[in-house]
Design a protein around this ligand. Structure first.
Ligand code: ADP
Ligand code: DP6
Length: 334
């Protein structure tokens, strides 16, 4: 059997930054994101008669290290189903890999979705988000479309740390413009960056405290569809997250001078009356949150101000889904 699943990336409006348990990927704070339709991962899985799992990304056979990560992830599905079969994973990222555009989020959500079907486990999306989480934290949220909350949970075993949908994509009043400042693979992964921040930044406790209050406010803003309030909270959460890395030892930042130029412009446009807000993840790319109706106008403004800056617009995207199931029926011999 060959199963193909698709999951879209998501960008956090209230960021996940820091793990209280690195093995189980349990976060210190709950987060909230928007799933987007512009970027996604398609992943096909099938059983193979080989000694090891095989992992191809964008048509290229992956290193032992990358394959090991995938094998550890698949092992949980093998354990659940008691089927000890090896798996071939063929994945295509329609998003730059490891560039702060959330390839790991769509990757593990698509893989979890596909493995659920291959091993015939019938897990719910909520349950699958618990497994996806253990591949990459942010992938928890990509199981669902629209606005999604990843509830941090309090249990030590992580069974209450999962994603829940907050608002369906068609109901979400905002979209995002991705400003592709630099698509190279980042030097400090989000995993390494958040661990260093938790361990060494004196600003980290302030982050955890304010993320909790920001989340409460964000859910109120979403319930009212109050775009300025959603946007203000989004930009503040991103800036607070990036501030924590400057306090780390050794200090670091994902933002480049050009990222700041774009952020400053967004703030200027806001003062001129436009509804737009910036957010950045573990990379220099700036994403601009704005009302759906203003996307084209703002993209035009970006083009006029920064003619060489590549932009991609995105509307809210749907949750992870199975694209196809191919059954390899053996021909009957007479
Ligand atoms: P990003 O900003 O792209 O999410 P991360 O450093 O958080 O960057 O994650 C990138 C890592 O995610 C890659 O190095 C790889 O290990 C994993 N990854 C990305 N795409 C896939 C995929 N399609 N299937 C499995 N793993 C993937
Ligand atoms: C800044 O989910 O990539 O994008 O759990 O270690 O795989 P791991 O980290 P990852 O971190 C995402 C960090 C972020 C914020 C967010 O998406 O919430």
């Amino acid at each position: 059997m060959k199963v193909t699943a698709r999951a879209h990336t998501n960008i956090a409006l209230i960021k996940y930054w820091g793990k209280r348990d690195k093995k189980l990927f349990l976060p210190y704070n709950s987060s909230l994101s928007l799933t987007l339709d512009a970027f996604y991962t398609d992943t096909t899985v099938s059983f193979i008669d080989q000694k090891e799992d095989v992992f191809l990304l964008n048509g290229e056979l992956q290193s032992k290290e990358e394959t090991q990560k995938i094998s550890t992830f698949i092992q949980r599905f093998r354990d659940l189903s008691s089927l000890e079969k090896k798996v071939k994973v063929e994945s295509w990222n329609h998003v730059p890999t490891a560039a702060g555009l959330a390839s790991s989020a769509s990757a593990y959500a698509a893989l979890a979705m596909a493995l659920n079907e291959l091993f015939q486990l019938s897990l719910s999306k909520e349950e699958l988000s618990i497994y996806a989480r253990q591949g990459s934290g942010s992938s928890t949220r990509s199981l669902f479309g629209g606005f999604v909350e990843w509830q941090k949970g309090t249990k030590q075993d992580g069974t209450d740390s999962y994603a829940v949908p907050i608002l369906a994509p068609e109901e979400c009043p905002v979209g995002m413009i991705f400003c592709l400042i630099n698509q190279e693979k980042k030097k400090i992964s989000s995993r390494e960056g958040m661990n260093r921040t938790v361990e060494t930044s004196p600003f980290y406790s302030g982050w955890v405290e304010s993320a909790a209050t920001d989340l409460v406010q964000m859910k109120k803003a979403i319930a009212k569809k109050d775009i300025p309030m959603i946007g203000e909270l989004t930009e503040k959460s991103a800036l607070k997250m990036h501030a924590t890395t400057l306090g780390a030892n050794p200090p670091f930042t994902y933002l480049e001078p050009f990222s700041w130029e774009v952020i400053r412009k967004v703030q200027e446009w806001r003062q001129e009356g436009h509804t737009c807000y910036a957010t950045m993840d573990a990379g220099p790319n700036v994403k601009i949150l704005c009302p759906k109706e203003e996307i084209s106008l703002l993209q035009q403004k970006i083009k006029e101000t920064f003619p060489n800056l590549e932009t991609i617009c995105s509307l809210p995207g749907s949750g992870a889904q199975i694209l196809s199931i191919e059954k390899n029926e053996k021909k009957k011999g007479y």
